[in-house]
Ligand binder design. Structure first.
Ligand SMILES: Nc1ncnc2c1ncn2[C@@H]1O[C@H](COP(=O)(O)OP(=O)(O)OP(=O)(O)O)[C@@H](O)[C@H]1O
Length: 324
């Protein structure tokens, strides 16, 4: 998919009216802005969980190159983006380069996907860049990697984590805040009571860590919760998964501050590696705490494996910086 084709083809907006606080107001403005440079715009407001996946899958499956939207906007938070991506990855031409390109318009509260693809550029400027308005950064279509959790078949977009970050999601349920402040409070509460588990991490079959473990984060995106840079060296289009393991040498309560700027990487007991297939296990006999894309996995897997799906998701990103 080339930018020129995207600009000459009608687009589809898939918007979650219940995401964040802004998406209802934002859609009319997005339609108006798209109408200035695209030949047509269809809009679908999602009706509930799973709807964005069904709509994206149906749109990507349309047979003619002219019926298929060149661009699909995912308007919402990271949950909406994940649903749209699930639909895009399940359908469409065999050659990923011919599939509709994704463009994220952030309307949630965490917005980690948008952050990875556009940094702190406001979405209106990103759209101006796509429209070719003079002065903005050049956009590019990048073929992003995804990964698959082999135990459940689930698609993983932002990343997955065992231990501390997974347990923080349990605390988040009872915190009456939204977005980044909610993740911040949940992580602090989880860290105060967290006990390391006995873990092992294998990368492409080689053991890179074995012992008391605070977390093993795999990605995917550099940021978790829109603010913790657990994988500061991760690129979303390098065909590899990054993994960072924080061992029990680090006090869990130091993790939020250390991961703000990648300061955890210099700590003893921290391992950073890359590979195509990563397995995280609890070898202490306990069911493991594990999440992916902010959703807790039922505690019934002693080990989970993530496998890279390289270069499968054409995505409009800021072109003058790495995507990660
Ligand atoms: N019409 C709808 N009514 C209720 N829920 C919906 C509707 N459409 C989609 N959803 C669901 O809303 C969930 C939350 O959406 P999303 O994650 O995008 O927003 P958010 O929670 O506000 O943002 P963030 O994840 O950034 O905090 C999604 O999992 C999706 O399935």
């Amino acid at each position: 998919m080339l930018l020129g084709h995207v600009r000459r083809t009608p687009a589809l907006i898939i918007a979650n009216p219940k995401a964040g606080t802004d998406s209802f107001r934002l859609v009319p403005e997005l339609i108006d802005r798209c109408a200035r440079f695209l030949p047509g715009v269809e809009v679908h407001r999602t009706t509930g969980p799973g709807d964005a996946t069904a709509v994206a899958r149906a749109a990507a499956s349309r047979s003619g190159a002219h019926d298929r939207p060149g661009l699909i906007f995912a308007v919402g938070g990271d949950g909406t983006v994940r649903e749209v991506v699930e639909g895009l990855a399940a359908a469409g031409p065999a050659d990923p380069a011919e599939r509709p390109a994704l463009m994220v318009v952030p309307a949630g509260t965490g917005n980690s996907n948008y952050l990875a693809q556009w940094g702190d550029l406001p979405w209106r400027d990103a759209l101006d860049a796509l429209a070719g308005t003079v002065g903005g950064p050049e956009p590019e279509i990048r073929m992003l990697d995804l990964c698959r959790l082999t135990e459940t078949g689930a698609l993983v977009l932002l990343g997955a984590c065992s231990g501390l970050i997974a347990q923080a999601l349990v605390f988040a349920r009872d915190i009456p805040l939204t977005g980044r402040p909610r993740y911040r409070a949940a992580l602090a509460q989880a860290a105060a009571v967290f006990r390391p588990y006995l873990g092992r991490v294998e990368v492409d079959g080689a053991v890179v860590h074995e012992g008391p473990t605070v977390l093993a984060n795999i990605g995917g995106g550099r940021y978790r919760g829109g603010q913790y840079q657990v994988l500061p060296h991760s690129f979303l289009d390098d065909g590899l998964l990054d993994v960072c393991v924080i061992g029990a040498e680090t006090d869990p309560q130091d993790v939020p501050e250390l991961t703000r700027d990648g300061g955890h990487l210099d700590r003893p007991g921290v391992v950073y590696a890359r590979g195509r297939r990563i397995t995280v296990s609890d070898i202490g006999g306990e069911p493991m705490w594990f999440e992916h894309d902010g959703e807790l996995l039922p505690r019934e897997h002693p080990a989970v494996t993530l496998e890279i799906m390289p270069g499968v998701l054409p995505t409009v990103c800021r072109g003058d910086r790495p995507v990660g």
